[in-house]
Design a protein around this ligand. Structure first.
Ligand SMILES: O=C(CO)COP(=O)(O)O
Length: 247
């Protein structure tokens, strides 16, 4: 099974309307690389105008309920209505900062799929767990606990983002990335059988234009989830180019 490379920018809480010029340049540059799927996930406020530029646009979170008395929240059908095609769920900044548990992430992923969105489900271990040798067990437990009950594998991506690699400039060794992605693929296979071959596994954490080719070339790495380096075309497009090169 050939999985198309997938490079996704997570803008986190960055970007006023002036930043749409960068998104436009990113989408324009990405069109030169037909073999790579590119998406940007801006703050809620930019989803509508960014989607109107014609590139794949996503949310960074959604509420598990479609509507109701949940002040400040945005639901999956609302994201779809604003033009989003995908949503990130379970990012470590939400798991840690907003006390989201696997069950919450699972409910959000299910709601997103029901709303017709694709999902990027994030998992990743803290530094202490990595240092104690428990990273694979920790991440596989997150995968098992956060996966929706039933899903179309082509609409799910799992992003492995070691917490200690996010925004730090530190990245795991290529061997450690490949081992983790292989373990996630095997767990998906146990769970859903052959469909696991269609799930794209992204690496995230300090990806940049210099390290992207090595990371994206690792076994079972189908793309990248990029934070800081996704905010400008100058930093993001070299990652897309690297994805196109390693195919
Ligand atoms: O959290 C991330 C993407 O979701 C990674 O962020 P950085 O690329 O800034 O390390």
């Amino acid at each position: 099974m050939v999985r198309r490379k997938y490079v996704v920018g997570n803008w986190k809480m960055n970007g006023l309307s002036g930043a749409l010029a960068e998104a436009e340049a990113i989408f324009a540059g990405a069109r030169a690389h037909e073999a790579v799927d590119v998406a940007l996930c801006p703050p809620f406020t930019l989803i509508g105008p960014m989607a109107a530029l014609g590139g794949a646009t996503g949310g960074q979170d959604c509420h598990p309920q479609p509507s109701g008395a949940f002040t400040g929240s945005v639901s999956a059908p609302m994201l779809a209505d604003a033009g989003a095609a995908l949503v990130i769920v379970g990012h470590s900044e939400r798991r840690e900062g907003f006390a989201e548990r696997d069950a919450d992430v699972k409910a959000k992923a299910g709601a997103a799929l029901t709303a017709g969105l694709s999902v990027i489900l994030c998992v990743g271990e803290p530094l202490g767990v990595r240092e104690s040798g428990g990273a694979i067990d920790y991440v596989l437990a997150q995968v098992q606990g956060s996966l929706p009950g039933d899903f179309d594998p082509a609409r799910l991506a799992v992003a492995y983002e070691p917490i200690w690699a996010i925004g730090t400039g530190r990245v795991p060794t290529i061997e450690d990335v490949a081992a983790m992605h292989g373990a996630i693929r095997a767990a998906l296979s146990d769970r859903i059988g052959e469909g696991a071959a269609a799930v794209r596994l992204l690496y995230g954490g300090s990806v940049n234009g210099d390290n992207a080719a090595d990371l994206l070339g690792a076994r079972d790495v189908d793309g990248a989830l990029v934070g800081g380096a996704s905010l400008t075309a100058a930093k993001f497009l070299p990652i897309v180019e690297a994805a196109a090169r390693v195919g």
